[in-house]
Design a protein around this ligand. Structure first.
Ligand SMILES: Nc1ncnc2c1ncn2[C@@H]1O[C@H](COP(=O)(O)OP(=O)(O)OP(=O)(O)O)[C@@H](O)[C@H]1O
Ligand SMILES: [Mg+2]
Length: 276
């Protein structure tokens, strides 16, 4: 058990033995510190090497989980690393129970960058909100759409939602999900979107400046509002109301009610599908 977890289901958490086994294989002698449990059974632990004082992050996801495969995320990290600050991939693998991704801890000026979800940023929420807006804009400006091999447009997401489900959908869900979403608003600006641009997935330096993004398993070319709509909502949910104008100003864009509403609804429909 550990009290270090800052994830969705709070402390304490028991690290499954398979994660310990993978951790031992990858970094023998490292201390395993759980940092995040996602909603689909995935677990991220920090591996702290006492000898070298280096840290790395191991994300383990069981097979069949309704979240991006760590191997697909590794492909995106390797591509994105030429353009934007994202963690360096150290190792990937899979076995009979799941797959995993090992990344180096992001360091800025010799200090390890930390997630904007850490409790200390709630007291400095305005600063963090600005950093999150700046970071998202940098990501969108830096990654080239013309050579990006990954696509995540509204159309591809709606098509995935309407595709034959693994478990049968109820009649009401089948009728309402696609109808509300099948006409996306016209694209404002196509960029390489992060795909899960939330507070926990943004890393800040020790004084609260943007440092890096993590968790880009859903990265792909799409309208920038598919990220912005999710980022602003995440800031409100994690820090409290009133900060969305700061995020938008830091990003450098005026509010767009229609696209924000659409992309939040699309996100919610995907969440509902994943939970079913
Ligand atoms: N290389 C890294 N450097 C620093 N922190 C990291 C790194 N990799 C992961 N983290 C931390 O671990 C947390 C969990 O990692 P990640 O977001 O990839 O997991 P996830 O299960 O996909 O998350 P989600 O619940 O958002 O889907 C991150 O929010 C971040 O705080
Ligand atoms: Mg995450």
């Amino acid at each position: 058990m550990s009290n270090a977890l800052v994830g969705i289901r709070p402390t304490p958490v028991e690290v499954p033995s398979v994660v310990h086994a993978v951790a031992r294989r990858l970094r023998s002698g490292a201390t395993v510190v759980p940092v995040w449990r996602n909603e689909y059974g995935g677990l991220t632990v920090r591996l702290e090497e006492t000898c070298t004082r280096r840290s790395s992050y191991l994300k383990w996801v069981p097979h069949g989980a309704a979240c991006p495969d760590p191997l697909a995320e590794a492909d995106r990290l390797v591509w994105a690393a030429s353009f934007a600050p994202v963690p360096r991939v150290l190792d990937v693998g899979r076995d009979a129970r799941g797959s995993w991704l090992l990344t180096a801890a992001v360091e800025i000026g010799g200090a390890v960058a930390a997630s904007a979800i850490e409790p200390r940023w709630r007291r400095l929420a305005q600063r963090a909100a600005v950093a999150i807006g700046i970071g998202l804009r940098r990501f969108h400006d830096a990654l080239p759409t013309d050579t990006c091999p990954f696509v995540r447009t509204a159309e591809t997401r709606v098509a995935a939602l309407t595709a034959a489900p693994t478990a049968p959908l109820g009649t009401a869900q089948r009728a309402t999900t696609p109808l509300a979403l099948e006409s996306p608003p016209p694209v404002d600006r196509a960029v390489v979107c992060h795909g899960d641009a939330t507070v926990p997935n943004t890393l800040l330096d020790h004084v609260g400046r943007f440092a890096a993004h993590v968790d880009i398993g859903d990265m792909g070319v799409a309208d920038r509002w598919s990220d912005i709509a999710v980022t602003t909502r995440s800031v409100t949910r994690r820090y409290g109301p009133g900060l969305e104008p700061l995020v938008l100003a830091a990003y450098g864009v005026a509010p767009d009610h229609e696209r924000t509403t659409y992309y939040r609804a699309l996100w919610d429909a995907e969440e509902t599908r994943r939970a079913s």
